[in-house]
Design a protein around this ligand. Structure first.
Ligand code: NAD
Length: 260
């Protein structure tokens, strides 16, 4: 379905990005992994993808908060594989705090990684995709790209911005065989969610179990976490030919959260 394409997935050493990398590899794409870990730490992940799916992988630990990081990542991808066919802007972080206590550096980091990095990386690949008359850009936004929760002001602002960026870029490239879509997951059990539990306990004065039940899963009518594999399968579908007319969209995969 995806054939031998080259897929770059930012923030793919863990969680959702790692799942998307594996799912695209399963469809035959060569994979460019990215994250902040040292290359040695990621070697076992590369080896397991190459062995399991018979594709090639590289890893680049470019910092996606910076324009230079995006340039470095896309250069590494094109040096290794010639071109980039699929870009998944997935790298993201979270910080939970009331606005009056929200540190400036945390705000700036979230906006840089969760929003600006999608612009930086897309800017590097759009010309090549337009030239080859085929391309897929998938922005991993969030249910928080469509609705808000308290104490997540930077994250909600960045994810709403990402949905807007998705629409604008989709219009620019629509006639070139390039689609641009946002995926808006509800809560997926990954290190990003696990690590925000202590701060949420503090901000709301709740126990761990209360945070899971009354904050996280309260938002999801299905009362279960979305799985990494479900998000990855949606990303693979958006990369298929059958999804050629889906562009500029924000695809909810949230157990009914934003239907409420
Ligand atoms: P995660 O913490 O498991 O993984 C984050 C990844 O980002 C890691 O690979 C890490 O190395 C990488 N990263 C961190 N800082 C980076 C930087 N400066 N440059 C490059 N890479 C960097 O997170 P996750 O839960 O899999 O989240 C992935 C994306 O999905 C994020 O954008 C997140 O906002 C979004 N999302 C997650 C959920 C959820 O419930 N987990 C829900 C909706 C949306």
């Amino acid at each position: 379905m995806v054939d031998t394409k080259t897929a770059v997935i930012t923030g793919s050493t863990s969680g959702i990005g790692s799942g998307i990398a594996r799912a695209l590899a399963a469809k035959g794409s060569n994979i460019v992994l990215n994250g902040i870990e040292a290359p040695d730490a990621i070697a076992p992940i590369r080896q397991s993808i190459e062995k399991e799916f018979g594709v090639k992988t590289i890893y680049c630990n470019a910092n996606m908060m910076e324009p230079a990081g995006a340039e470095e990542l896309i250069k590494a991808a094109t040096d290794a594989f010639g071109q980039v066919d699929i870009l998944v802007n997935n790298a993201g972080i979270q910080f939970v705090s009331p606005v009056e206590d929200f540190p400036h550096d945390k705000w700036q980091a979230i906006i840089a990684l969760n929003l600006s990095s999608a612009f930086y990386a897309s800017k590097e690949v759009v010309a090549g995709m337009k030239e080859s008359k085929w391309g897929r850009i998938i922005n991993i936004a969030s249910a928080h790209g469509l609705v808000a929760s308290p104490f997540k002001s930077a994250y909600v602002a960045a994810k709403h911005g990402m949905v807007g960026f998705t629409k604008s870029l989709a219009l620019e490239v629509a006639e070139f065989g390039v689609t641009v879509n946002a995926i808006c997951p509800g809560y997926v059990w990954t290190p990003l969610v696990e690590s925000q539990i202590p701060d949420t306990m503090k901000a709301r004065g709740l126990t761990e179990e209360e945070v899971k039940r009354d904050v996280l899963l309260k938002a999801q009518p299905t009362k279960r976490f979305v799985t990494i594999e479900e998000v990855a399968a949606l990303a693979v579908f958006l990369c298929s030919e059958d999804a050629s007319s889906i562009t500029g969209s924000a695809q909810s995969i949230d157990g009914g959260w934003v239907a409420q």
